[in-house]
Ligand binder design. Sequence first.
Ligand SMILES: Nc1ncnc2c1ncn2[C@@H]1O[C@H](COP(=O)(O)OP(=O)(O)OP(=O)(O)O)[C@@H](O)[C@H]1O
Ligand SMILES: [Mg+2]
Length: 245
Amino acid sequence: MKKAFVQNSNYVRFVEAVKAVEQRGAREASILLVTGPAGLGKSETVDRFAMDTNAIYLRAKETWTKRGLLSEMADCLKLSNTGRNQEVQARIIGHVAARQTPIVIDEAEFTVRTTASILECVRDISDLTEVLVVLVGMETIESRIARYPQISSRVAQVVHFQPLNQQDVMLTARQLGEVRIADEVVAELHRQSDGRMRLVMNGIAALERLAATNGLTEVRAEHIKDFPLCHDWQGRRTRIPGRTA
Ligand SMILES: Nc1ncnc2c1ncn2[C@@H]1O[C@H](COP(=O)(O)OP(=O)(O)OP(=O)(O)O)[C@@H](O)[C@H]1O
Ligand SMILES: [Mg+2]
């Protein structure tokens, strides 16, 4: 499978939301929330955005403390992380303000647990610098953030990632697949994957294996009869194309 980023409909909606935040009226309302079920492509999308914009990209950890956040931010910006929290934070603010570096925090549900002190630290940085903050998490993150008005009132946009539509799956199959995949097989891949990018990727890889095993230049409907395309640990579809056992 080729390695490339596919500009699917979730990406398009994410980019539109970023533009809307950039054009916001209240400068301090700079948070963009990205939510959605597992495997829809949230991390890949914000990772691409972070690379394109030289953003600070952090993946929150269950064990994160305020110090952990500041240390990782400082490391990411190649700043010294010695001194008290306030000193490290001041260094980060100076750097971020001068360069308008966006901040992306993936798995951000770990930043709002019994308290929101870690997010409040991010809010302090963004209030002073007015940079865009992208918080990415599962759907539960919205209700967790709603408990903290100092944070939730700064959310300018929410992007709910949606299952891929058939056009998205087609785009993915055409751009990443190293074997020609017929339209009816793409439709089946869409159906079996429920539009989850992670399963679509697995399905394309499985189709490539099927093609290699059977010397096919194109995978058509007749080749995938009885061969589930997506591995689903919940047991609905567990057979891989090309295997008989
Ligand atoms: N637009 C894209 N182009 C190419 N590959 C993608 C794209 N979006 C997602 N992927 C791939 O699909 C898989 C799932 O994506 P990703 O890990 O970003 O999902 P997620 O929504 O962050 O899931 P989780 O909630 O489990 O963290 C990954 O292997 C990723 O590389
Ligand atoms: Mg993710």
